[in-house]
Ligand binder design. Structure first.
Ligand code: NAX
Length: 327
């Protein structure tokens, strides 16, 4: 049996974590031979609820769950963490756009970046889910000067999975038959779900759907899926977000399937003309615990325009939090 790895999770008594923690403990994220130590973090007011979650985890008697520790502050909770899943944040309610949350959440992620810098394992891999995820990732990474920005990522895998699921449903395929979906940009309604390079059973997806459906229905549906779910459920996506977190970390650590592409929010290196210094969702392949942007993808004028729109929004978000970004 391998040595256990330390997985720190913020917002551990929240809705997403109520699915996520059980998947991690069952070995779905790190592999069925990898024991885990869960370092669960909440705000002080939620510690009772967190104790309840910890009792349930214990009661599942998962063979891979080595230890659970509970923390009411990130400085303790991130200690020696190999993986940090930053889920906790003020969630979006009905009628609220992500931009409303930028100010509220910025301070939280600045402190979390500092705590990761000072207390986490030097090779920690960080995934930011709490919204606005891309800009929170930027804030956290810039407040962690001793860690590489490449150790920070944000979640756009839910958007990727949504695009895959909706396309499969429309064409009568199963999600397993769909490859090459790309979500570009921000985890927000400006994101660009791109089907131009997707295939269904090896054949170009774009030839199997109506262009009007793609532009007028598919793209807005994926972009607005979060709001649609809030309207229907009265609560934001939770189980699907947990699955996306598991998929993102699984691929980052254990590698993407041969030939498959994942969408990950990462620091732009200028690829595809995207301005450096923002967290932007790119197509990536992962191997040996590292991700690399898939290069050489041809973009038509429509796609180029869509990439610009979401880039612009991220630059505007960055300007709002400039005071939280030390050089
Ligand atoms: P919940 O409100 O159910 O849970 C959030 C939990 O975080 C609460 O228990 C709260 O006490 C805790 N928390 C708040 N501030 C904290 C801090 N500073 N340290 C530790 N814990 C803290 O929200 P939930 O539905 O779990 O969603 C969590 C976040 O994910 C929200 O910001 C939400 O907007 C975001 N989402 C991001 C998605 C993505 O794809 N990137 C999709 C799903 C989700 O909407």
């Amino acid at each position: 049996m391998r040595r256990p790895v330390r997985v720190a999770v913020t917002g551990a008594a929240g809705a997403i974590s109520y699915s996520l923690l059980f998947k991690i403990a069952a070995g779905e994220m790190m592999g069925k031979d990898q024991p885990v130590i869960l370092q669960l973090i909440e705000i002080p007011q939620a510690m009772d609820a967190l104790r309840g979650v910890a009792m349930e985890l214990m009661d599942c008697a998962y063979p891979l769950l080595h230890t659970i520790t509970l923390h009411d502050n990130v400085e303790d909770g991130f200690k020696n963490a190999h993986y940090a899943l930053l889920v906790g944040a003020r969630p979006r309610g009905p009628g609220m756009e992500r931009s409303d949350l930028i100010e509220v959440n910025g301070e939280i992620f600045a402190r979390q970046g500092k705590a990761l810098n000072d207390y986490a394992n030097r090779d920690v891999k960080v995934l930011i889910t709490g919204n606005p995820a891309n800009t929170n990732a930027l804030i956290a990474s810039r407040n962690a000067p001793d860690l590489s920005p490449s150790q920070f990522t944000c979640l756009t895998r839910l958007d990727h999975n949504r695009a895959k699921g909706i396309l499969a449903n429309q064409t009568g395929a199963t999600p397993r038959d769909v490859n090459g979906i790309i979500v570009w940009g921000n985890h927000s309604p400006t994101q660009y779900p791109d089907l131009h390079h997707a295939t269904i059973l090896g054949e170009p997806a774009i030839n199997q759907v109506d262009m009007n459906w793609y532009k007028e229905e598919f793209i807005p549906k994926v972009q607005q899926r979060g709001s649609e779910i809030i309207q229907a459920r009265g609560l934001s996506s939770a189980a699907s977000a947990a699955q996306a977190i598991v998929d993102h970390m699984h691929d980052w650590v254990l590698g993407t399937e041969p030939g498959e592409v994942a969408s990950m929010g990462i620091l732009s290196d200028g690829s595809y003309g995207v301005e450096k210094g923002i967290f932007y969702s790119f197509p990536v392949r992962c191997n040996y615990g590292r991700y690399q942007i898939v290069q050489g993808i041809e973009l038509n004028d429509f796609s180029k325009e869509c990439l610009k729109v979401t880039e612009q929004e991220l630059l505007e978000e960055k300007a709002v939090v400039n005071h939280l970004l030390p050089e």
